[in-house]
Each structure stands twice: as C-alpha cells, then as structure tokens.
Design a protein around this ligand. Structure first.
Ligand SMILES: Cc1cc2nc3c(=O)[nH]c(=O)nc-3n(C[C@H](O)[C@H](O)[C@H](O)COP(=O)(O)OP(=O)(O)OC[C@H]3O[C@@H](n4cnc5c(N)ncnc54)[C@H](O)[C@@H]3O)c2cc1C
Length: 424
C-alpha cells in the first residue's frame, strides 16, 4: 500500500496529541495522519501503575477516542509500526511493507524499556511497564504471584513495587545504586522514602546488580535470579524497570542525527529537512545546562509536541522551546515527595549554596539549592509544594535575595506569594 499525508505523525501519546492540537489551531484544512504501533487509542503511560493495581480501569488511561479524531479530521492508523524513514524520498516504511509519503514528518515515538545484560534472561519470563499491554500482563501476573523481584528503584520500579506490595506480594527491589530514586532525591530523602517501603514489607538490595537468571521450576513464571554478590532470589514474577531508552532504532541508515535520542533544535527540528521530533524520543535543549538532554517527563513531551506542531504549520506565534527542567511529584503509600530542578540529588555545582531542613515532628524534609541567589532546585518529602510554581521560579531566574531567608524557612508559602505577585 502507498498513501500520503501533508502532516504525518509517528506515535500517538502525549507529544503527538499536543502536536495535533497545535497543527489544528493554525490550520484546519491540512491533512494530518497519525501512525502508531499501538493497538489502542492514545493513552497516558502515567496511569499504568494504577491499572496494574486495579485502582484504575484501562478506560481511564485513554486520552481520546474515535470521535476526537473524526472531529479533528485526523486519520488514525493503529498497529502501524514504522520500520524505516527515508528523508530524501519524504517516505516512511512500515513493518508491514506499506509506504507513507509526507510533506512534514513528526517523530514522537517515545521510549522503550532498557533491558540490562543478564545471563540467561532470554530463558525467563519477565515483565516491563511501558505500554497498556505491559500493564495488563503485569496485572494478570499479580493474580498468581507470591514473590516478586523488581530490578530498578527508579520511578517505575518504585510505583510497581508499591502496587505489588499492596496486592500482598512479597517484593524485593534490586538497585545498582546505593539508594532509591537516584537522580531525583539525595540520600537522606531517599532513605526516608525507602523506610516507608520497608515498613510495608518491601525488601531492598542496594548496590547490587542481577547477573544471571534461570527458570526456577518447570512453570513459565518461576525465576531464579543471581546477584553480583552470589545471592540467589527465587520469584514467580520478575519486573525489569532498569530505565528507558529513546525508541529510535528505526532511524538506522536514515542520516537523521541521534546521540541518546533524536537531536533537535529549539524548534524541535532534526538535522533533516521537514522532519521534527518531540517527547521522550527527542534530545532537546536543556534549560539548566548548555547541552541537550532527553527530558523523559510528560510536561516536557507536551511542550515539545506543541512547539513541533506549530513549527510544522509555520505558526507565526511559535516561541522557541524554552528547554527542559526536571520535575516530578511522587506519591507513595499516602505520602508525597517532590523534586524540581537540579543540584538536589547528586553533587551540586561548585558555586551552589545548599540548605537542608528537617522537621522530625511532621516528618518533613527539604533541600534547596541556590546559585547566585536564584533557585536551582528543590526536593522535599511531605512538604506540599507546587512543582509548577517552583519550575517557574527557576525558569524566570528570579533573584530571591530579599526573600531568601523566608524561602528557606517556608518554600511553599514564599514561592506562592512571589509567583502570584509576578503573575498578576
Ligand atoms: C509507568 C510510567 C509512569 C510514569 N509516570 C510519570 C509521571 O508521574 N510524571 C511524568 O512527568 N512522566 C511520567 N512518565 C513518563 C511519561 O509517560 C512520558 O514522558 C510521556 O508519555 C512521553 O510521551 P511521548 O509522546 O514522548 O511518548 P510515549 O508516551 O512513550 O509514546 C510513544 C508512542 O509512540 C508509539 N511508537 C513507538 N515506536 C513506534 C514505531 N516504530 N512506529 C509507530 N509508533 C511507534 C508508541 O506506540 C506510543 O504511541 C511515566 C511513564 C511510565 C511508563
């Protein structure tokens, strides 16, 4: 089959949806087609942990339905996996051999789970958590599992570990680093979060890697995992949550420049004419450092998709992408931790000024990094902060000198007051 579309979007998640909205805001007539390898209507991966636990039905995760595409006059092609891009011919090739021609192409193919090298893993049944199919398979696996091993104490591993523990499964989390949620929280905040997991029966193996896997019995599900210190763990459910990597293998030989992800400029344009990339697949400008980075979070996927859509239709209102700022609000066992910006997890930049506060009575902890009296980052456990407001303080590089002491003592109230003054 050969077909064509003026605007061709590959992928159907947050970045793609934001691009559709931006295209239609400026151009009601152009043909727009979405190709996705998913079998479903677009859904948000952020709700997958709740589908695993049963707290949300799969229908809750959908971002839109057939009526949306009809109203937007967008052609939506499911089970359409792109296998190659040929920029010189303005074509993409699908896995089923069909070819789509485009005038403008957006690559919004997101990320896929990174699978660590573990001897014997190919013999063992394991789960990941990135797609709706993954979530449904994991939910089904829960019904018979008694012991689970989760590889990785990042956000996805921790969400999954909590849901497995709540379902009554004995969970062991194996993490190569010395703490949970490295990259988001410092050791102290991480220890606080891990303690809640331990109190709920979760066992951690820190600074350990799985090096070998084998079936533990004749059944499909059972597995025996060997760690790098020789310890063996037997489980009947193995979840690999060892990070993700941008899904751009299909670009091999295309001439489109990639490093970790697809390299784009501040208009989300790749090095190829008429091709843009956005979301978890894109390596885009960072706000906090001179280079480019793969942001890997929903708000940046939406911001990038919007910029790409506007650039594709030549919308004169287009403002360059402002660069990503890491941020996450993480809820666990009824508590909340938040991490915004940089300098708060690993070692801060040399000139940064760090302030750490702890209130044992309320179980709150916060850590603030300033650079030249401007906020660089903040991480907190059990302090109800607004990530959006803090992000804006960082982005606007507000000089906090007159408010600094108050900000350190009460970041929530002070940040709200400053931003409400500026927004007014
Ligand atoms: C369990 C989980 C929890 C998360 N929680 C949070 C959170 O709390 N906060 C936060 O900010 N972010 C969170 N994220 C990350 C967030 O979901 C992503 O940043 C966001 O979904 C990225 O959107 P995207 O459009 O770039 O790509 P994705 O959501 O990864 O979607 C990629 C799309 O491309 C399609 N695709 C891929 N390859 C091909 C191909 N070759 N051909 C055709 N189609 C293809 C896929 O089918 C999919 O439709 C979470 C992610 C997961 C998995």
């Amino acid at each position: 089959m050969r077909a064509s579309s003026e605007h061709l979007i590959v992928g159907s998640s947050h970045a793609a949806m934001a691009a559709i909205a931006a295209i239609r805001a400026h151009d009601e007539a152009a043909s727009v087609t979405v190709l996705t390898r998913d079998r479903h209507f677009p859904y948000s991966p952020t709700l997958l942990p709740y589908i695993v636990s049963g707290r949300a039905q799969p229908a809750k995760a959908f971002l839109c339905d057939a009526a949306f595409f009809a109203a937007q006059r967008v052609r939506f092609e499911r089970s359409a996996a792109v296998a190659a891009v040929r920029p010189e011919a303005h074509e993409v090739l699908l896995a089923d051999g069909s070819v789509w021609q485009y005038d403008k192409l957006l690559l919004a193919t997101g990320a896929v789970p990174a699978i660590p090298p573990i001897r014997g893993l190919e013999e063992v049944r394991f789960h990941c958590l990135r797609s709706l199919e993954d979530a449904l398979a994991l939910r089904a696996g829960l019904s018979t599992a008694r012991r689970a091993v989760v590889l990785g104490a990042g956000l996805i591993g921790m969400h999954a570990a909590e849901n497995l523990a709540k379902a009554g499964v004995a969970v062991t989390v194996v993490e190569p680093r010395a703490q949970v949620l490295p990259g988001y929280f410092d050791e102290e905040a991480a220890a606080e979060i891990a303690a809640r997991f331990v109190a709920n029966g979760v066992v951690f193996r820190f600074s350990r890697k799985a090096v070998a896997a084998a079936r533990s019995d004749a059944t499909d599900a059972g597995c025996r995992l060997t760690l790098d210190n020789g310890e063996e763990i037997i489980a009947d459910l193995l979840l690999i949550a060892a990070g993700v990597r941008p899904a751009c293998d299909y670009l091999a030989g295309s001439g489109i420049a990639t490093e970790r992800g697809i390299l784009v400029d501040a208009a989300m344009q790749t090095n190829a004419e008429a091709i843009w990339a956005a979301g978890d697949v894109a390596e885009a400008p960072s706000f906090l450092s001179p280079g480019r980075t793969v942001a890997g979070i929903l708000p940046e996927a939406v911001a990038q998709g919007r910029v790409a859509g506007m650039a594709m239709v030549g919308d004169p209102a287009l403002q360059p992408y402002r660069g990503s700022i890491p941020r996450n609000t993480y809820r666990f066992f009824g508590e909340t931790a938040i991490s915004v910006g940089t300098g708060i997890a690993g070692p801060p930049p040399e000139a940064a000024e760090l302030h750490i506060r702890r209130d044992p009575d309320t179980g709150t902890y916060w850590r603030i990094a300033f650079l030249e009296n401007r906020l660089l980052g903040i991480a907190a456990v059990n302090l109800p902060l607004d990530a959006g407001i803090l992000c804006e303080l960082i982005r606007r590089e507000i000089d906090l000198t007159p408010e600094k002491a108050r900000f350190i003592a009460d970041p929530r109230e002070t940040a709200c007051r400053i931003m409400s003054r500026l927004w007014r």
